[in-house]
Write a protein that binds this ligand. Structure first.
Ligand code: HPA
Ligand code: ZN
Length: 336
């Protein structure tokens, strides 16, 4: 990838639709928050923190990821975390960020829902000054009970206007989407948009993707490239305009490769594929790095890079008039 193309990638107005705010916790901030809150995390240098980042699949990643959150305690912590992410996103040409957060990862440690959302929300209100329109998506933890998800949904309702949609994350193994069918129906009833993780190479990937499309009725699938194993499902997803939020660098950590061929094949078949960073502090790069990595691996040219950015804007849950303006800006970048 030439430096010119990295400039082109950064210049493309784009939406980032699959980023877990807890996954943007950089080692430097983790150490600072540990000091601030008097939490003994067992490491005292950035190198020591990075040395704990040893994972080979989703389960081993999550075993590092959740304990790291213990440094997040106050509203200010959540604010600082989100503002740090928004600054990096702005530098990568992100004009719209739809940010996942995991309330149960915090409420289960005694941090109130209000602390989490108030801290994140105060950062989101600063996003326009960085040129970013930001929104929050609340994820339920699929390895917790459906009842816990239902309680979390209830807890979110006073903040309904601050949350655009709901998603589902954490360990897919043994936690299929149908476990959450009722709570997703209730969330939709409350006005939330729906997305769900279908992580790469799971035991029941295709069955879970079918359920997510047919029973849950999502608008987007997070990851989801295993859909290629069933051409009829691909055809259906394309016909319905289902969005995919794919994360090449993340894939290269939790599976055997970045799934570049699959992402590119899905894109070239005409599916609404977008790129995102997932957990950038853990997977070695932010959204621009994901564009660059995929472009280098799959020899993508400017047209396909622009198509990825275009898709991300089109499948975002932003105001449609605003999306139209971003698409005009994108066309201008491509033409120049
Ligand atoms: N999959 C499941 N859970 C997660 C992920 C993911 O990609 N990132 C953070 N939590
Ligand atoms: Zn994810």
């Amino acid at each position: 990838m030439s430096s010119i193309d990295r400039e082109f990638i950064d210049a493309l107005p784009k939406a980032e639709l699959h980023v877990h705010i807890e996954g943007t916790l950089e080692p430097e901030l983790k150490l600072e928050l540990a000091r601030r809150n008097g939490v003994d995390i067992g490491q005292s240098t950035v190198e020591e923190v990075r040395a704990t980042y040893a994972f080979t699949d989703l389960t081993s990643f999550l075993a590092v990821y959740y304990p790291a959150m213990e440094v997040l305690v106050t509203e200010q912590d959540f604010h600082d975390l989100a503002l740090g992410y928004l600054r990096r996103a702005a530098a990568d040409g992100v004009v719209r960020a739809e940010i996942f957060f995991d309330p149960q990862a915090h409420t289960s440690r005694g941090v109130p829902f209000a602390t989490v959302i108030d801290g994140l929300w105060s950062a989101i209100q600063e996003a326009p000054s960085l040129g970013v329109d930001a929104a929050l998506i609340m994820c339920f933890l699929r390895d917790h009970s459906a009842e816990s998800a239902r309680e979390t949904l209830e807890a979110s309702l006073p903040y309904r206007e601050k949350i655009v949609g709901v998603g589902l994350d954490s360990d897919e193994r043994g936690n299929p989407p149908e476990k959450f069918a009722e709570v997703f129906a209730a969330a939709q009833e409350a006005g939330y948009r729906l997305t769900m993780h279908c992580d790469v190479d799971q035991e029941q990937s295709i069955a879970n993707i079918a359920t997510v499309l047919h029973t849950i009725g999502v608008e987007r699938i997070d990851h989801g490239t295993n859909i290629l194993e069933d051409p009829a499902l691909v055809a259906e997803a394309m016909q319905r305009g289902i969005g995919f939020t794919c994360c090449p660098l993340s894939n290269s950590f939790v599976s055997d490769q970045m799934k570049g061929e699959e992402i590119t094949a899905l894109l070239r078949q005409g599916a609404k594929v977008s790129l995102a960073s997932d957990d950038p502090a853990y997977f070695g790069g932010y959204v621009g790095d994901n564009y660059a990595a995929l472009a280098a691996a799959q020899q993508l040219g400017r047209e396909e890079l622009a198509l990825l950015a275009r898709n991300s804007l089109e499948i975002s849950w932003a105001d449609q008039a605003q999306v139209a303006r971003w698409l005009e800006q994108l066309d201008a970048v491509v033409a120049s």
